[in-house]
Design a protein around this ligand. Structure first.
Ligand code: ADP
Ligand code: MG
Length: 727
């Protein structure tokens, strides 16, 4: 029996792996048990110190460094009680992954003795030998130091392992000269910018109670599970996280029988185990279900402030891979693991919440609340309209390019779906007497009440990249493997910029003696009218929309390389530097890192494919061809009178496909070498996109045809049908 068949048979009969523990059924009891959060701190810190750290966490106040020793000591005691032997500064470098370097608490003391040590300094700063992380040229090799700094606004946590646990301290990562080398610093800066600008609007409405405004984020995470024994036979899945060849399964997603179907028992026990781990870490896992493609699933948490949501999503992705392995699965977070069925995304649900708990994107019950809602709505429309290129930059990546705009995910064109009711309100504000509007009487902003708006309109438009869904916006173009930090940084920056211009306009009118209602009555119709072109409630998957969007002047950068080119556009640079979210130098560095990452990703895929074709596919085709040719020859000599045309034609088809595959491989080799020789990262990325990707597609065409022609017992790679349908 071939390795492939053996793996398939074991995978097929694999029972669900259940750890029956009563603990699992009491999530309220263990939620957050491995987190050094407010609850744990209150118990262990002197009340004055607790009050200070609480303010840091809740209100973002700067922490007095003098308190670090006391906090570190309490944190250490707590960690030791939880079985920790080591601690690590946990950070998010530009690799797209998280990074950690563990240090033992134990320090040698006298001969044969040791003590557990953890000081305030060890808590606050670290200096990992981080010279190999991407810096885009910010650190020259002689000054390669990178530093980590504690982010006290999100709690430290423990990752449990059977042989000892590790205390993880969330940190920022920056260079010797203070430039951001991670994704958390720009996100944090954008959150602050957004808060200051939003408070200006609240102040105009007479709200002096709110101390801050925070973006709230709920990321819905899609993923695939593949049996580990099958995945182990596919170098493409192991090294690239996606299949680079593979004939479509005769049964795909056309019956929609997987979507929201009963969760297979083996998958369900993976989900339960995963949720247990996430809840221990204080990650509010909430929803689980089968997704559209066979083998595809989704996990959604309850929304949190953007900083926590971003950390938690990174942790969730790590945990998914880890727990999957425990259950004999490989978890694929890639945006397009399988051609021909849906890929995976990450819907980034986003809203604004002030310190009193008010959701600023909630249409209110009073005229005053409604007027305020309309201002924030206008700001989001303006943000998406004016900073579409910036927002698109939050979703770039070689993986996501396979998905955006391919009739399964929103197009790369950004538009906003508002639904009929709100669009109608806006039309009425622009043109009170228009025939289009269903509102009979004139609406005075801030005086009359908005008509009741449906909180949860059922006909939500799934084809829109940016949809208003009742009291939040859902940005759907994010890729499943991507950190949500860049997209939220972009969104916060764009909305902060819009709020800034809106606040300035309104403040000027109020300064001249207008009431806020009067100011809005003049301002909102103009503002909505100007940004009307960004509203699109129709089907975003059609070709007509692509044409119409062009007429409306909306950018359509449908590849990452094109989108990335916009990073240094003056308008993009301006909004990022204006609020100090990035310095110019950081932007240029990031651009280089992203080009390089893109080029490397594709070049690696090209090399994997070439290897698989040369060492796995072509040898087995040659073998098949040899067998077929000799049987043809035998028939021809022994039975010269018989009709042998079917066999002859089979042989010649195999021969032709093999020659074409061989020729395509030669081209792939050439373009890989040519990309390697390019002098700049941008040229490498360009070359990868325009030459390597088409060369890979040409190879795949022949390989997939051969997969459908060959004796199945010869084919070494697990088929799509086996990987997608066995759970
Ligand atoms: P869907 O129908 O798209 O799955 P859900 O209502 O289930 O939408 O919500 C999906 C995600 O949106 C969840 O993570 C949820 O916590 C998050 N969410 C709900 N309300 C808000 C909000 N006000 N701000 C941000 N995220 C939110
Ligand atoms: Mg959703």
């Amino acid at each position: 029996m071939t390795l492939r068949k053996e793996a398939f048979l074991t995978a097929f009969s694999q029972p669900a792996q259940c750890t029956s523990s009563e603990e699992f059924t009491k999530p309220d009891a263990f939620f957050g048990a491995n987190v050094f959060g407010l609850e744990a701190m209150r118990k262990r810190l002197p009340s004055a110190i607790y009050a200070e750290i609480e303010q840091t966490i809740e209100e973002g106040k700067r922490l007095n460094p003098a308190l670090a020793d006391v906090i570190a000591n309490a944190m250490k005691d707590w960690a030791l009680e939880h079985g920790a032997t080591h601690y690590t500064h946990w950070f998010q470098p530009m690799t797209g992954q998280t990074a950690e370097k563990h240090d033992a608490f134990l320090s040698p003391y006298q001969k044969g003795h040791g003590i557990n040590e953890f000081s305030g300094k060890m808590l606050i700063t670290g200096e990992p030998d981080a010279s190999s992380f991407p810096s885009g040229g910010i650190r020259s090799t002689f000054e390669a130091r990178g530093y980590t700094a504690w982010d006290p606004s999100v709690p430290a946590f423990i990752i449990q392992e059977p042989m000892g646990s590790t205390l993880h301290i969330p940190t920022f990562f920056y260079s010797y000269s203070g430039e951001a080398l991670d994704r958390k610093i720009p996100l944090q800066r954008s959150i602050q910018a957004l808060s200051s600008q939003a408070l200006r609007i609240l102040k105009l409405f007479g709200n002096t109670k709110a101390q801050y405004v925070r973006p709230m984020v709920g990321p819905e995470q899609e993923y695939f599970l593949v049996d580990a024994r099958l995945a182990a036979l596919r170098p493409d899945l192991i090294l690239a996280g996606r299949t680079l060849l593979g004939k479509a399964s005769p049964k795909g997603q056309e019956m929609n029988d997987h979507y929201f179907g009963a969760i297979p028992p083996r998958v369900l026990s993976f989900m339960q185990d995963l949720e247990h781990e996430l809840l221990l870490l204080g990650i509010p896992a909430k929803t689980r279900h089968n997704e559209v493609a066979p083998g595809q699933f989704e996990l959604a948490p309850v929304f949190e402030d953007a900083n926590s949501a971003c950390d938690h999503n990174m942790l969730t992705m790590n945990m998914m891979r880890l727990v999957a392995a425990r259950h004999g699965f490989v978890c694929l977070l890639h945006e397009k693991p399988f051609l021909g069925v849906n890929g995976s995304g990450k819907h980034n649900n986003w809203s604004l919440c002030d310190s009193t708990g008010q959701n600023l994107l909630n249409p209110g019950n009073t005229p005053q609340d409604n007027a305020q809602f309309l201002v924030f709505l206008a700001a989001v429309l303006q943000a998406v309209h004016e900073h579409s290129s910036l927002l698109r930059l939050g979703t770039i990546g070689a993986g996501n390019d396979h998905r955006l705009g391919s009739n399964e995910a929103p197009p790369a064109i950004l538009s906003v779906y508002l639904g009929e009711e709100i669009t109608d309100v806006i039309m009425h504000i622009i043109e009170p007497n228009s025939a289009q509007s269903s509102h009979k009487q004139a609406m005075e902003i801030g005086i009359s009440t908005l008509p009741p708006l449906p909180k949860d309109s059922s006909d939500r438009n799934r084809t829109s990249p940016f949809a208003f869904t009742g009291n939040k916006f859902e940005f759907r173009a994010v890729g499943s493997s991507q950190s949500i930090a860049p997209v939220n940084t972009a969104l916060n920056a764009a909305v902060a910029d819009a709020l800034d211009t809106i606040a300035s306009a309104l403040e000027a009118m109020v300064a001249k003696g207008a009431s806020i209602q009067e100011a809005l009555q003049t301002f909102l119709p103009q503002c909505f009218k100007e940004h009307l072109p960004i509203i699109f409630n129709g089907n975003g998957y059609t070709q007509e929309w692509v044409h119409e969007a062009k007429e409306r002047g909306l950018p359509n950068d449908n590849t990452s390389v094109a989108a990335l080119g916009r990073l240094t556009d003056p308008a993009v640079m301006q909004v990022l530097t204006k609020f100090g979210i990035f310095q110019e130098r950081e932007i240029h560095a990031r651009m280089d890192i992203l080009y390089e990452n893109y080029a490397n990703t594709i070049a690696i895929e090209g090399r994997i494919l070439l290897d698989m074709l040369q060492t796995q596919v072509m040898p087995c085709v040659r073998k098949a061809l040899g067998e077929a040719a000799s049987s043809c020859h035998a028939v021809r000599t022994l039975l010269p009178e018989s009709d042998n045309s079917a066999e002859e034609s089979y042989c010649s088809t195999l021969q032709q496909e093999l020659s074409s595959l061989h020729a395509s491989c030669e081209t792939l080799k050439q373009v890989l070498a040519q990309t390697e020789q390019q002098q700049t990262v941008r040229a490498k990325a360009d070359n990868a996109q325009t030459h390597i990707l088409p060369a890979m597609a040409a190879c795949r065409l022949h390989a997939d045809a051969l997969e459908g022609l060959l004796d199945d017992s010869l084919w070494p790679l697990p088929h799509y049908a086996e990987m997608l349908w066995v759970h």
